[in-house]
Design a protein around this ligand. Structure first.
Ligand code: ZN
Ligand code: FE
Length: 285
């Protein structure tokens, strides 16, 4: 039997009701390894298994075997579990970015490719989102199965609930283009990122845009969820567009905040993004 999902109740202003086929496997201090069950309820796919231990425990607790893995980028907290998972489930197919230096990827994909695993009723479109790392990809399924019509996005460390990943390998221009690509997905898209960073992300977002009422409401809802140690992920893409400063270079408040940081009017959306991202890098809330 599958245990009840520990996610937020529907109707929370801070998070979306989770997809019925997807559960979080918490790892390290604040990672989520997402586990997707297939149609039969006997096999699973996992996204970004940084640690094999919690994945193996979740599979055995839920009576599942591992059929597939999706990897978004090469960082150890996303791929560290691959060798041990391969040992336990040698037939599980590991899908990852074509350009990745990560080891243990069986099938490598590029922008526009479609990843399909048998029995999961899901076709994932590969979206290249360089910036956090150069190899980073996101996986987007317009729909998974029949029980829930909402699209699903696995976006690793690119788009976070209320924030975005640090720009380690790419440029600000690459990262802002990558975020714009994700921001163009449908309103109802469930955003499954790889970390529970929402509380601190929103604390920063409030500094950028203190007058944003949707953001204030999201912060209250997030505090309520975290007080009960519930995940704030997934979120809804429309909520990200309304409250996430890294998707809001066009919002007057965000532009103004960037202008204050720069000491002049920003030339374009990339400059707005770069100024806000740099501020966040040194922000101690
Ligand atoms: Zn990362
Ligand atoms: Fe990470």
């Amino acid at each position: 039997m599958t245990p009840p999902h520990p996610g937020p109740a529907s109707g929370s202003p801070a998070a979306a009701a989770p997809h019925p086929s997807i559960v979080p496997v918490p790892a390290f201090a604040d990672n989520y390894i997402w586990l997707l069950r297939d149609r039969s309820g006997r096999r699973a796919a996992v996204v970004d298994p940084g640690d094999a231990g919690p994945v193996l425990a979740a599979l055995s607790a839920q009576g599942l075997s591992l059929a597939a893995v999706l990897v978004t980028h090469h960082h150890p907290d996303h791929v560290g579990g691959l060798p041990a998972l391969h040992e336990a489930y040698p037939d599980a197919v590991v899908h990852g970015p074509a350009s990745s230096r990560a080891e243990g990827i069986d099938r490598r994909w590029r922008a526009g490719d479609t990843v399909e695993f048998d029995g999961f009723d899901a076709r994932f479109e590969v979206i290249e989102v360089p910036g956090h790392t150069l190899d980073h990809v996101a996986y987007y399924a317009p729909r998974i199965g029949d029980a829930d019509p909402r699209p699903v996005l696995f976006c690793g460390d690119t788009l976070f609930a209320g924030g975005c990943g640090r720009v380690f390998e790419g440029t600000a221009a690459q990262m802002s283009a990558s975020l714009a690509r994700l921001a163009a997905l449908p309103d109802d898209t469930l955003v499954y990122c790889a970390h529970e960073y929402t509380t601190s992300n929103l604390r920063f977002a409030r500094q950028v845009e203190p007058g944003n009422a949707a953001l204030a409401e999201r912060e209250r809802g997030t505090a309520a969820l975290r007080a009960e140690r519930r995940p704030t992920v997934p979120s809804r893409l429309a909520l990200e567009r309304a409250t996430n400063p890294f998707l809001r270079a066009d919002a007057p408040g965000v532009r103004e905040a960037a202008a204050t940081r720069l000491g002049r009017a920003p030339a374009d959306a990339v400059e707005v993004f770069a100024a806000v991202r740099q501020w966040k890098d040194t922000f101690r809330g």
